[in-house]
Design a protein around this ligand. Structure first.
Ligand code: 5BU
Length: 449
């Protein structure tokens, strides 16, 4: 007992737990904050901790040790050194090249892996980690955790049949620190109250269109149209003749904020078509959005944008571009709003979490970019566009995956949904456009509450 208390007091000096007001990842305001990473700064404490953890799992069967990144990585390593049990490393993200493994190291199917974690809260992220380890053919029966925040995580894992061994509970930590005068009576009462009556995480509020701080003039225009027409619908006009395109524009024009085009699929493309589209767009108040998906170095993109057959720069209000070539490559798109593609809707897309994070960074730093295409919620400073929306289909035979308008507005907080075949392949495009417009706008309004 004394040894554990000793360890805790020394660890406290390193700053593993702080008291005050902290906003947690979930949005909850917490009176304390736990971060076990500073433990690595004291090799002696790390050793003591690892020995304590090994004692806890003395009777557990395991052939491998895996520390969950990042805080538990050094703990797992130290336990491996002390026990002679080999370590494996679980990646946080797939590195996207070379071997595609999520787990690195030498291991065989069916081996039992002990998971080491610093803190358990709801247990959700540990469950996800277990799933990933099991997917590699390994078995998990036991987990060892330094601190249980006592928020249901242990039970969640036990219900699924996993044994969880914990060194401290948060209540024990608070009691010990109080007993040794590291914590005042008042602070202790405040923390105990928080632990006994944990607040619910605040719902992530979505910012209404009129509250969005969008600098780009085209972004402002889109928002203006949306509010005026009560529509967050963009129709994707993937038809292949000028006459079909013009007919569609006439039919859906009143109900959309933009018409998305793939001009390179139009058999009889001409600038006369563009002139006519511009007249309809002006009259019906929508923007022309060329879904060109530029993905080259800046110089080539500039030529593709300004020259060639389509002279996109002369008429498009908005274009799509992949941020894959980096920030500077996007600077060539002057006088249009760029929608950066950070995540695709199709099955097996290579836009994994790692790519998305980096692509969002590029998008946020580019002044030409007014928004992004993604299948998830993104930062409020960007407008979010979501394709892959259909009311009656779950996908096609070529990898497209569909969501409902309800889902993209409520779960992703998207600002604009993009609908192609759901509208242009329907018997009555105008009626379908109205149906999508209404479903989308209602879902958007409901998502504000
Ligand atoms: P659909 O008929 O609703 O499946 O058409 C969707 C349109 O959106 C089509 O023009 C695609 O090129 C476009 N799209 C997409 O579906 N998914 C993506 O991730 C991106 C664009 Br980016």
């Amino acid at each position: 007992m004394q040894q554990r208390e000793d360890f805790l007091l020394k660890a406290y000096e390193l700053g593993i737990i702080k008291f005050g007001n902290f906003t947690l990842k979930s949005g909850i305001e917490s009176p304390f904050y736990v971060d076990l990473r500073p433990l690595s700064s004291s090799p002696q404490l790390l050793k003591t901790l690892s020995n304590n953890l090994l004692e806890l799992v003395e009777d557990a069967p395991f052939d491998l040790i895996c520390g969950v990144p990042y805080a538990a990585l050094p703990m797992g390593t130290t336990m491996s050194l002390a026990s002679g049990v080999p370590l494996i490393i679980k990646r946080k993200e797939n590195k996207g090249y070379g071997t595609k493994r999520m787990v690195e190291g030498v291991y065989e199917d069916g081996q039992n892996c002990l998971l080491v974690e610093d803190v358990i809260t709801s247990g959700q992220s540990l469950l996800e980690t277990i799933e990933e380890i099991e997917r590699e053919g390994l078995k998990v029966t036991d987990l060892v955790v330094v601190l249980d925040r006592e928020q249901g995580g242990i039970n969640k894992l036990r219900d699924k049949g996993y044994r969880v061994h914990t060194l401290f509970t948060i209540n024990e930590v608070i009691d010990i620190l109080h007993r040794y005068h590291r914590l005042s009576d008042g602070d202790m009462a405040r923390i105990k109250n928080f632990l006994n009556n944990p607040p619910a995480p605040p719902q992530m509020k979505r910012i209404p269109l009129e509250g969005k701080k969008i600098q780009h003039p085209i972004g402002k225009k889109l928002i203006e149209f949306a509010l005026k027409k009560k529509s967050n619908l963009i129709a994707s006009a993937d038809v292949i003749t000028s006459s079909e395109l013009l007919k569609l524009a006439e039919e859906v024009g009143d109900h959309v904020v933009a018409l998305k085009l793939h001009t390179d699929i139009i058999k009889d493309f001409s600038f006369d078509l563009i002139d006519k589209l511009k007249v309809i767009a002006k009259e019906k108040e929508f923007l022309l959005f060329e879904d060109r998906k530029f993905a080259d170095i800046g110089n080539t993109q500039e030529l593709q944008f300004k020259e060639g057959v389509y002279k996109i720069a002369d008429w498009a209000d908005m274009v799509t571009a992949h941020p894959i070539a980096g920030e500077e490559s996007l600077q060539v798109f002057e006088h249009v709003g760029v929608v950066a593609i950070v995540e695709m809707s199709s099955k097996g897309t290579l836009t994994d979490d790692y790519y998305i994070t980096k692509a969002l960074n590029v998008a946020e730093n580019s002044s030409n970019v007014l928004g992004v295409v993604a299948q998830r919620q993104v930062a409020d400073e960007l407008l979010l566009f979501t394709p892959g929306v259909n009311l009656s289909s779950k996908g096609d035979t070529k990898g497209q995956q569909y969501n409902t308008p309800e889902r993209v507005f409520k779960a992703y907080h998207t600002d604009f949904m993009i609908v192609g075949r759901g509208i242009y392949q329907s018997v009555n495009a105008k009626e379908s456009a109205i149906e999508y417009q209404t479903a989308g706008w209602n879902a958007y309004l409901e998502s504000l509450n």
